[in-house]
Design a protein around this ligand. Sequence first.
Ligand code: AMP
Ligand code: MG
Length: 270
Amino acid sequence: MAHKSIARLMVKPASSFSLKRRHADDTLGWEKEAAKLDFDELIVRLDALQVKLFAEHKQSLLVVLQTMDAGGKDSTIRNVFGPLNAAGVHVTGFKAPAGSEVDHDYLWRLHNAAPRKGDIGVWNRSHYEDVLVVRVKNFLQKERWEKRYRHIREFERMLTDEGTTIVKIHLQISNEEQRLRMQERIDDPLKRWKFRAGDLEDRKLWPEFMKAYEVAFNETSTDYAPWWIVPADRKWVRNLAVARIVLDALEAMDPQLPPDDPTIAGLTVV
Ligand code: AMP
Ligand code: MG
């Protein structure tokens, strides 16, 4: 059971979900100052559970982050996962495939980056690019990408069956918020490195991307690997919602410290 404040962010499997019914600037009824305190508390709890997950070494958590350019993936990762023990968190970013990646099927590089037992894997972009940008920009003909929703469901099913809990999060920003953030990237010399001229081309395709996202959510939000749509125009709402979703997932995994070795308890170190 998801925490009540975020339960409605999930895309119910087989529900004909529409992005228009969600609002990127939603505050979820939260207040900024209180939300910051809640966030700090959740991070402490996340940290304690991650230690257990790592010590248990039996299951893993995969967090998939997908959004438009300037949607806040990097900042979410820094805020929510940055405070955790870096030894147990592995972040992988997926750019346009290159080198040996193009010589394999599209899921190969993803499988290779799937988290080990005890780890939290965070994907900054993912296999969903293969049904989003690939579809929108016609990198492949329809006969190729339309089968991928099924591949993806089956791939995620397999990972789940083998001990990985999958949480898929879409950071929903508005078109206007993207415009503001892109302009800031252009105007601020310290942020300019994040901007590519090609980002403007993708921005022009906003309606096509929204359509492709909607189809992907409807095709791939399953009971074993659901999508969560997080309102992300406000960073404090986004951070708290993501922390809450990840914490819920870890609590449901209920990692346990390994049993005590009976020869150790009571020993005195001299
Ligand atoms: P960024 O995350 O801003 O560094 O940008 C990465 C770029 O790589 C984005 O434009 C993505 O659309 C693109 N990308 C990621 N995965 C794929 C893929 N499988 N096929 C084509 N482009 C991709
Ligand atoms: Mg970019």
